[in-house]
Design a protein around this ligand. Structure first.
Ligand code: SF4
Length: 208
């Protein structure tokens, strides 16, 4: 495993922020299983979790105005550092008011961030313009098989759906994603789940 302090990287014209390697899941499609980076980036395994100073320094090397989206991602789950990312998002808004901020999340924050007291989704929704949530399946059984949440209560699927509903209720642009590691029938079920909540579903191709 190669390590580096790659805190920002470009993909598809957007700027991605690597804020943490922590994650409570082990998704079967996770890019981290097969690589040290993403889409040709430098290694994204971090020598240590970045400080706010380090993130600000890395951002200062970029022209933030040129990116359609600035994406909080990680080589991990960004909301594992909820307070950190909310502070960082506020900082980017301060230095680049035109920035469109997106977060890619598993939506399980309430399960591993009890300090949030049920406010995590609302706080995320208010801090970001777009929230992309891993739906991963149309029911709890498929979800657990694909996401493999570690040491979390077995209400992970319901918690993730509640997170999405709260974000949508805040008026934030919410999308769900599934990766095509599940069957066509299971994708159809995921689509029905997304439709029921009025949330767009993006179906992503699995990348080896
Ligand atoms: S939530 Fe994201 S980082 Fe975590 S295992 Fe799944 S794909 Fe990988």
């Amino acid at each position: 495993m190669k390590k580096a302090m790659t805190l920002t990287y470009e993909t598809g014209g957007n700027l991605y922020l690597n804020v943490t390697n922590q994650c409570p899941c082990a998704c079967v499609f996770c890019i981290r299983k097969n690589d040290d980076g993403a889409y040709g980036s430098d290694p994204l395994w971090l020598e240590h979790e970045p400080t706010m100073e380090e993130m600000r320094s890395a951002l200062a090397e970029r022209d933030l105005t040129k990116y359609p989206e600035i994406v909080f991602c990680g080589y991990g789950e960004p909301t594992m550092r909820l307070d950190f990312i909310l502070e960082l998002a506020a900082y980017i808004r301060e230095v680049c008011p035109s920035a469109v901020l997106r977060i890619n999340t598993n939506g399980l924050t309430e399960l591993y961030y009890p300090e949030a007291n049920g406010t995590a989704a609302e706080r995320v929704a208010k801090a970001f313009d777009k929230v992309s949530i891993s739906l991963n399946g149309g029911n709890s059984e498929v979800y657990n098989r694909v996401t493999r949440p570690k040491g979390l209560p077995d209400n992970a699927f319901a918690t993730m759906l509640d997170f999405a509903k709260t974000c949508k209720a805040q008026g934030t642009d919410v999308v769900f994603t599934v990766v095509d590691v599940i069957s066509a029938e299971e994708i159809a079920e995921a689509q029905a789940q997304a439709d029921a909540l009025g949330i767009v579903l993006h179906i992503r191709a699995y990348i080896q």
